[in-house]
Design a protein. Sequence first.
Lengths: 115, 112
Amino acid sequence: DVKVTQSSRYLVKRTGEKVFLECVQDMDHENMFWYRQDPGLGLRLIYFSYDVKMKEKGDIPEGYSVSREKKERFSLILESASTNQTSMYLCASSPPVIAGSYEQYFGPGTRLTVT
Amino acid sequence: GEDVEQSLFLSVREGDSSVINCTYTDSSSTYLYWYKQEPGAGLQLLTYIFSNMDMKQDQRLTVLLNKKDKHLSLRIADTQTGDSAIYFCAESGTSNTGKLIFGQGTTLQVKP
């Protein structure tokens, strides 16, 4: 079974803090994704990575950065947290498209509150 | 651009059928997916359909695809309280990077 884990289920941070959200997958997947989920807006892609040290901006990258130093780990960084970044953050991984599927496997999510 | 639209809420009685609808814009999408998110959890793949199919059935689930109208639906027969969740439709789009484009999600409420 594919397992995607996220470092925290709940996190409370103060405005201006630097925040790290960690995601680890155990299936040797090339692709990894970070989304945020807000009511009525669905899932919006923040960043994705298709290989170690490779990254691409998604639809809403402003205020975020990412790091992928190892294949199994993809980190989302909020350089200076703001209240409008309060949200549910979901990490996902998938094998390369050449394998014949776009199926993504999701972690349980991190609910971040910025006060 | 690529876009996926869903209604936000559906309420049904236990034992009835539920039909969740989705429209998408990219006719070249190879795969269309349905994901389920239970309260407090991540998304889990429920089912998917290839773009060259019209219908797929899997136990209580039936997926219908109308490519002409770019319309996808998920029918759940004999809906149970355990089916209460958020259901997301997603399309693969034209990208070969593995990205999916998700709809807003439909919250299904099942009343006893």
